[in-house]
Design a protein. Structure first.
Length: 296
């Protein structure tokens, strides 16, 4: 995050392993690497090159079913590094299709399974999904149409991590936050780069706010990055609000010209958003209409 405290994304989990119980990550498979290309110049104007769909999930399926295991893995465990309050559960306990073409990630104030977190018995459950070992991409347009939750302590995110994190660790792996929202800023989202020497609260990024006080939780919005060699551009509903290149890093290393995998999650509490309070109602949901990656 651009404004959060100490490093927070070194805690990528594999299924059924808590971050605080795992000393190191396995090397993650690099499934797909696609680079953008442009047509060669010619005397006559060439037709515009059509983007190739590299990854797509429209979350079509029966109500109550889990995500496609060929595309996503479901992480489990807590997160001591961010001081988040939730336990990420397995299967479709907190992430399921609604039967209307959406994935619904639900944060609940409950713990019937008696999950244990870094602070004791977990107070909340939620879900976190990633495509590690199933899909990675280098460059292209990465986008999702989402409806975020609302309330103090809510922290939804759509983001990416370098697929070499198992070898180089975080933040050397790099992190591209396509969209993060914290509940105390209902009309604002953040897009951020994290890397060696510019991670945690020192990430490089910017915020985008809706006009007129509208909250992002009021309806769906499309969040995207257009990513090419030495360049990342963020947009909300087609409105570009920042572009970053190596020139923005003050001589620090650019680590974004390599494969990354995707992550969707809904955290509860933590250093940046703060914990839920008496004004926060549960359950809260992050609803995902689609996730797409196009190259070209």
């Amino acid at each position: 995050m651009r404004v959060r405290s100490p490093p927070t994304r070194s805690d990528v989990m594999t299924v059924s392993l808590s971050w605080r119980r795992r000393a190191a990550l396995c090397a993650l498979s690099l499934v797909c690497c696609a680079t953008a290309a442009t047509a060669a110049p010619s005397a006559a104007a060439a037709p515009e090159r059509e983007a190739a769909l590299a990854f797509s999930d429209d979350f079509n399926g029966p109500a109550g079913s889990g995500v496609d295991g060929g595309k996503w893995q479901v992480e489990t465990g807590d997160n001591v590094n961010n001081h988040e309050r939730q336990y990420y559960t397995s299967g479709n306990k907190n992430a399921k299709l609604d039967g209307q073409g959406n994935l619904v990630i639900t944060a609940r104030k409950e713990n019937p399974e008696n999950y244990q977190c870094w602070y004791g018995r977990c107070e909340y459950t939620s879900s976190r999904l990633n495509t590690a070992g199933k899909f990675t991409s280098t460059y292209g347009r990465v986008e999702a149409r989402l409806k975020v939750p609302r309330g103090q302590g809510m922290w939804p995110a759509f983001w990416m991590l370098g697929a070499d994190i198992g070898n180089v660790g975080w933040p050397n792996s790099g992190e591209i936050d396509v969209m993060e929202n914290v509940g105390f800023e209902p009309n604002t989202v953040h897009g951020t780069l994290h890397g060696p020497g510019y991670s945690g609260s020192g990430g490089i990024g910017a915020a985008y706010s809706l006009p007129g006080g509208e909250a992002f939780a009021d309806k769906f919005h499309t969040f995207a990055v257009d990513w090419s060699p030495d360049k990342v551009t963020w947009s909300v509903d087609g409105h570009v609000y920042q572009t970053r290149t190596p020139a923005d890093l003050g001589g620090k290393q650019w680590v974004f010209n390599k494969p990354f995998f995707l992550i969707l999650n809904l955290a509860v509490g933590g250093y940046w958003p703060g914990d839920p309070d008496g004004s926060t109602t549960f359950p809260q949901t992050l609803t995902v209409d689609y996730v797409r990656v196009t190259n070209g």
